[in-house]
Each structure stands twice: as structure tokens, then as C-alpha cells.
Ligand binder design. Structure first.
Ligand SMILES: *[C@@H]1O[C@H](CO)[C@@H](O)[C@H](O)[C@H]1NC(C)=O
Ligand SMILES: *[C@@H]1O[C@H](CO)[C@@H](O)[C@H](O)[C@H]1NC(C)=O
Ligand SMILES: *[C@@H]1O[C@H](CO)[C@@H](O)[C@H](O)[C@H]1NC(C)=O
Ligand SMILES: *[C@@H]1O[C@H](CO)[C@@H](O)[C@H](O)[C@H]1NC(C)=O
Ligand SMILES: *[C@@H]1O[C@H](CO)[C@@H](O)[C@H](O)[C@H]1NC(C)=O
Ligand SMILES: *[C@@H]1O[C@H](CO)[C@@H](O)[C@H](O)[C@H]1NC(C)=O
Ligand SMILES: *[C@@H]1O[C@H](CO)[C@@H](O)[C@H](O)[C@H]1NC(C)=O
Length: 503
């Protein structure tokens, strides 16, 4: 499996090969973002990063499924999507659903979702939360559901599950979506759709998914709705939120009851995101000060001409090749083989867990239980897509969208696992500084379970920034308790606790 992944990555079309020669293998999410980043900076890149994200008219062709009212027996569809029990699953007291929502009829495009309701007694009172992973091209089932905040994690045998005691369905009804088309089990029968993905199309398709999903689960139509995600979802989340706000406004009614967004270790502003990365690496003794200085001098992260910059970056490539950049202190996966019996589990993620998830989700009995892969796709399920070959647009910043949300009373929280070296806390701080917002509540530690959970600062307009201490890029994988505490406060709209007394 480890070898297969390396091979797959090298054959991914938009990669710049030199960057990861001699890389450690295992985590595909790590690669996907680099592929995009490098190709955005490469001279002559075809990716459109200049135009700001706008919901143009959202002109639908006739093929878009706006609301699929032809499906009269919608409630039956919901019952069909109910997952009785996943293979190897411990007993639980909440309901799970999984299935497809058609978003383009003629093309035959369908998005796969996995939905876990909150623990029984509170499911009616708790909000609906959508979680998106980034990449672009990575699956929310692979990371969000199975390795971060979902109710289960996969044992090292690749066939049984154990409970995540800090699952976010203690705080919300959580919806995981594999998006855009070509990710995980989400597919299109028109193969050209795999080469036309980009930020704009993803936002529109995610929107079409949501309106149709709400038809199948009408009890959630009026529920408070929040969107969350990490990494490249720093694009997806604000872009989907913007689409929802614009279309609510256009319809002069609340089609989707969006209340807020939460993004972590998020790509939001290319220039400061890149500067912050090299600063972090230099101040954490991973690259030399000279390399950081040279890079800052010769790289213009706002432009696309990086020839001198590439030379300056070569030391960096060597320095980071053998650590997990997404958690600079984490052990790496040394043996990706499955084990005959489950290894002892802990609440912190096993560095080889991606391999266990890969094995589990490719099992026929698991796919059947999930109601996934019903059309027998020709390729295997992958944590990050191999079939998406191109990315058409990726604006260099989403900060104008954030400003717009703050002006429209949407709750915005930006968090950061403070030992991620890829989209590190320095990047996020520099990017937020670009918003030039006055401070409302000064920087202070916040507490969870009797310890410092991280540090926080609140800006005027209700933007909350919070670090999560000791967490890598996938925050709930490394600090599940602190992450659960964070999401609870976000959803309740309460400030993070300033003392141990109330945490
Ligand atoms: C895609 O094609 C398969 C096989 O013809 C069909 O069963 C399926 O319903 C199609 N998917 C969509 C979303 O129309
Ligand atoms: C990078 O260079 C700019 C000037 O070009 C300077 O203002 C900034 O402080 C430098 N940053 C670092 C981390 O050296
Ligand atoms: C890119 O930068 C190099 C070095 O500064 C310069 O020689 C080259 O002409 C530039 N290319 C473009 C397309 O601007
Ligand atoms: C993993 O399994 C393969 C095939 O069974 C075996 O050849 C290899 O030595 C194993 N790797 C480790 C590190 O145990
Ligand atoms: C989860 O909680 C249960 C019950 O308190 C405990 O037995 C189990 O060991 C915990 N699991 C993990 C992985 O910590
Ligand atoms: C779908 O199922 C087929 C077997 O019917 C399998 O070969 C393929 O790997 C699966 N694809 C995905 C994406 O799960
Ligand atoms: C910020 O939040 C507070 C408390 O939740 C609320 O009273 C206030 O109206 C909010 N301000 C803005 C600008 O949304």
C-alpha cells in the first residue's frame, strides 16, 4: 500500500516531481496540497488564481438537479440510506446514513455522503454541521470521518472499528461529504467531468448537493447549519458559505439556515500562507535561517514566476523530506502492513491509520453496508483522488469573503493546530493580520479539561482565532479532547474559557 501510494503520487499530472523526491510515503493529503501549491506558483500555470471568487449568476444548465421533486418517495430514500451496522462496528446509540445524491442528471453525477446523527437524546436540539476536507481531491470520509472527528476509527487489522470517545457527534449532527466529483465514492458517468474541477464548480456542486440532501432529510431544513473544514477547505468552506448567502438573498428567503463557519489550518491567502510556512520552519529548527532569508528575498508568493525561488527552496525540500510536515513532532508510519489482530489503540491517531482506512473502505462488505460504489467504479477508493487530473481555478485569496461574512453577522472561527508545518499557525496569523481588524478580546490562554487547550484572540466583528496546543494539521486526530471542546464552544457561540474553573 505504501509503495502503491508513492507510485500514484508520482503519476499525478499536476505534480512538480522534484519537490518530493525521497519523500516519506503514507499520507496522501500531504501531497495533494503541495501539488496544487507548486503548480499555482509555476510559471505558465493554467490555474486561474487571479479572479476573485464570485457566485456569478450560478447559471444552471437544465442538467442541474435544483430540487429533485420528481422523487416522490423521498422518505423511502432516507430509510434506504440508513446504515444498519458497519462491519466490525461496536454497539452505538445513534443513527448513521450513507448514500448518493444526484446533482446532475444527464451527466449522471452523484455525490456520496456519510451522515452521523448526534447521540440519541440530543439529536433534535443540536445543529447540523457539514465537514469538508481539502486536498484538493481528498475525502472527508478518509480523514474527517475515519481519522479525525467521526464516531469510529479503523483498527490495524483493516476490518474492525473502535469508538472515538471525542467524536463531534456529541456536539452536532455531522455530515461528511466526498467532494468534488472524482473524490472517494463520488463519481460522474461523464468522464470529462474529472478534468473540469475547480473552486467554482466545487462550490456550485456542493450547494446542489446540500439543497437536495435537505429534501431527503427535511427535519434538518430549519435547523441551525454550520460549515467546517480544514486545509484546502479554507477555500471550499467560505466559497460554499458565500454561495448560500447569495442564493438566500436572491430568493429573498432562507433556503439554507447558515449560521457560521469554522476552518482549521486553512489555506486562505497564498502570499502570507507561504511566508508563514518558511518562518515557522526556521523558528522550529527545521530549515536554516539562511534558507528562510533567501526564500523571503527571492520568492514572490503573490506572483507566478518562481524560477529563482525554486533554487532557494531546494534546501527546504531536503530538510522536510523525512518528517511528517503536517505534524512536525509525530512519529512516521514505518510499517504499513495490516496486522492479524488489532494493535492496542490510543486516542491519538496511529501514524499508519491511513492504510487501515484504505483497506477498510475498499472491502466489498463495507461498501455494501455504506451503500457506496453502487455502480462498480473501475478504480479503487482512494483517500485523495487519482482520477481528478486538473484544477481549473483557485483564487489567491479568500479574505474578501471572510470580510463579507463578518459584515453580515455570520459567526467565523479560524483555528490552528500549532505544530502543523504545512499551513502553520504563523501563516494563519499573518493572513488574519491582512484583514486589519481591531482586537476585541486580547490574546489569552483557553482551557479544556483542566489544561491550556491553546491560545485565543477575538477580533471586532466576532472573528475568533484559536490555536490548539500540540495539534498537527488534522487537529482532532492529535488533540481530540481539545478539538471537541473547541467545536462545542463554536456551535454554542460561547467564548473559549479563560480559566480552568469553567472548562
Ligand atoms: C451512472 O450510470 C450507471 C450505469 O448506467 C447508472 O446505474 C447510474 O444510475 C448512473 N448514475 C447517475 C447519477 O445517474
Ligand atoms: C521578508 O522580506 C520583507 C521585505 O522584503 C520584510 O519586510 C520581512 O520582514 C521579511 N520577513 C522575514 C520573515 O524575514
Ligand atoms: C521570471 O524571472 C526570471 C528571473 O528574475 C526572469 O529572467 C524571467 O524573465 C521571468 N519570467 C517571466 C515569465 O516573467
Ligand atoms: C509487509 O508485508 C509484506 C508481504 O507480506 C512483507 O514482505 C514485508 O516484509 C512486510 N513489511 C514489514 C515491515 O513487516
Ligand atoms: C473510550 O471510553 C471507554 C469507556 O470509558 C473506554 O473503555 C475506552 O478505553 C475509551 N477508548 C479509548 C480509545 O480511549
Ligand atoms: C467499486 O467496486 C469494484 C468491484 O465491483 C471495485 O473493483 C472498485 O475498486 C470499487 N471502487 C471504489 C471507488 O470503491
Ligand atoms: C458579536 O457577538 C455578540 C455576542 O454573541 C453579539 O451580541 C453581537 O451582536 C455580535 N456582533 C456582530 C457584529 O455580529
Amino acid at each position: 500500500m505504501g509503495k502503491a501510494i508513492c507510485f500514484v503520487i508520482l503519476s499525478f499530472q499536476i505534480i512538480i516531481l522534484s519537490f518530493f523526491v525521497g519523500e516519506i510515503c503514507g499520507n496522501k493529503q500531504v501531497r495533494a496540497l503541495d501539488n496544487l501549491h507548486k503548480s499555482k506558483l509555476r510559471g505558465g500555470s493554467e490555474i486561474d488564481r487571479r479572479s476573485e471568487f464570485k457566485v456569478e449568476e450560478l447559471v444552471h444548465d437544465d442538467d442541474d438537479v435544483i430540487v429533485d421533486s420528481e422523487e416522490e418517495e423521498i422518505s423511502l430514500l432516507k430509510e434506504k440510506d440508513k446504515i444498519e451496522r458497519l462491519p466490525g462496528q461496536p454497539q452505538v446509540k445513534f443513527s448513521q446514513y450513507g448514500g448518493y445524491i444526484t446533482i446532475h442528471k444527464l451527466a449522471g453525477t452523484a455525490f456520496y455522503y456519510y451522515f452521523v446523527e448526534a447521540h440519541q437524546r440530543s439529536k433534535q436540539s443540536l445543529p447540523l454541521l457539514l465537514w469538508l476536507n481539502g486536498g484538493p481531491g481528498c475525502s472527508s470520509l478518509a480523514y474527517g470521518a475515519m481519522q479525525e472527528l467521526g464516531p469510529f476509527r479503523v483498527h490495524s487489522d483493516g476490518k474492525t472499528l473502535f469508538k472515538n470517545n471525542y467524536s463531534w457527534n456529541y456536539a452536532a449532527n455531522v455530515l461528511f461529504l466526498e467532494s468534488p466529483v472524482g473524490v472517494g465514492f463520488s463519481y460522474s458517468n461523464r468522464s470529462s467531468d474529472y478534468s473540469t474541477n475547480g473552486d467554482k464548480k466545487t462550490a456550485v456542486d456542493n450547494y446542489l448537493f446540500l439543497v437536495n440532501w435537505l429534501e431527503r432529510f427535511p427535519e434538518y431544513k430549519d435547523r441551525d447549519f454550520y460549515i467546517s473544514g480544514e486545509s484546502y477547505a479554507g477555500h471550499y468552506v467560505p466559497q460554499l458559505a458565500h454561495t448560500i448567502l447569495q442564493l438566500n438573498k436572491k430568493a429573498a428567503k432562507t433556503i439554507i439556515n447558515l449560521k457560521g463557519i469554522l476552518i482549521g489550518n486553512a489555506v486562505i491567502n497564498d502570499e502570507t500562507d507561504s511566508e508563514g510556512m518558511y518562518d515557522f520552519l526556521a523558528t522550529h529548527a527545521i530549515i536554516s535561517d539562511k534558507a528562510a532569508y533567501d526564500i523571503n528575498k527571492s520568492c514572490d508568493f503573490a506572483s507566478s514566476n518562481q524560477s529563482e525561488c525554486d533554487a532557494a527552496s531546494s534546501e527546504v525540500d531536503k530538510d522536510i523530506s523525512f518528517i511528517d510536515l503536517y505534524n512536525i513532532y509525530a512519529p512516521i508510519c514505518k510499517n504499513s502492513n495490516l496486522t492479524a489482530h488489532p494493535k492496542k489503540t490510543s486516542i491519538v491517531i496511529d501514524p499508519c491509520s491511513e492504510n487501515y482506512v484504505y483497506a477498510y473502505l475498499n472491502r466489498g462488505d463495507v461498501q455494501e453496508a455504506l451503500h457506496a460504489n453502487v455502480t462498480n467504479l473501475k478504480y479503487d477508493w482512494q483517500p485523495c483522488s487519482d482520477v481528478i487530473t486538473k484544477w481549473l481555478d483557485s483564487p489567491s485569496t479568500v479574505l474578501p469573503l471572510i470580510t463579507h461574512f463578518l459584515n453580515n453577522g455570520l459567526r467565523v472561527w479560524i483555528f490552528s493546530g500549532d505544530i502543523d508545518g504545512r499551513v502553520p499557525v504563523t501563516s494563519t496569523k499573518y493572513s488574519i493580520d491582512k484583514l486589519k481588524l481591531p482586537i476585541q478580546t486580547a490574546w489569552h490562554p483557553w482551557f479544556a479539561y483542566g489544561e491550556v487547550g491553546g491560545y485565543t484572540q477575538v477580533y471586532k466583528g466576532n472573528l475568533t482565532f484559536a490555536t490548539v496546543r500540540g495539534a498537527g494539521h488534522q487537529v482532532p486526530s492529535y488533540q481530540p479532547q481539545r478539538a471537541l471542546s473547541l467545536i462545542k464552544h463554536f456551535l454554542r457561540g460561547t467564548p473559549l474559557p479563560e480559566t480552568t474553573r469553567i472548562a
